[in-house]
Design a protein around this ligand. Structure first.
Ligand SMILES: [Zn+2]
Length: 149
């Protein structure tokens, strides 16, 4: 029937533990200290956040860690109306924004939740800054979200 929403259970879960590797390990340890770390290619000077071990442009191994700014520009975003909890898609009571942010000093984009008083306040090109959890523990979620700067 037109207008009806078809719903189906999706039996997937993202709860897994794996060794993240040296570069991401340093990134996550940096988050615990409320620092956002990237890695800089000595040849082309690109700064990747989160860090990676090989430059996507030069294909050379890179390991020079650099701290990037906690402010950046929102380059793109989408509004999410669902979440995945324990493998099941759930409706969000409040739609939320997932953004792609180019931090000052970084060449790549990172994704993050964007919080603004209203969804209508979210615009590409706006300045945003990182907001940290009150207590950080060395986890991706230490960087809680981004808000207007
Ligand atoms: Zn390079």
């Amino acid at each position: 029937m037109p207008g009806d929403i078809v719903r189906a259970k999706v039996p997937i879960t993202f709860m897994y533990k794996n060794r993240v590797g040296q570069a991401l390990e340093q990134y996550i340890n940096g988050l615990k200290e409320r620092k956002i770390l990237g890695v800089k290619c000595p040849t082309c000077k690109k700064v990747y956040v989160p860090p990676r071990t090989v430059c996507g442009k030069c294909h050379k191994r890179i390991d020079q860690m650099v701290e990037v700014d906690q402010e950046g520009i929102l380059k793109n975003f989408t509004i999410a109306y669902v979440n995945i909890v324990n493998g099941e898609i759930t409706d969000e009571r409040q739609p939320y924004v997932i953004g792609l942010i180019k931090l000052k000093g970084a060449s790549s984009l990172i994704s993050g939740i964007i919080k603004t008083p209203s969804l209508n306040d979210v615009k590409t090109g706006m300045k945003v800054k990182a907001v940290w959890k009150e207590t950080t523990q060395g986890d991706y979620s230490d960087l809680a979200y981004f808000e207007p700067a």
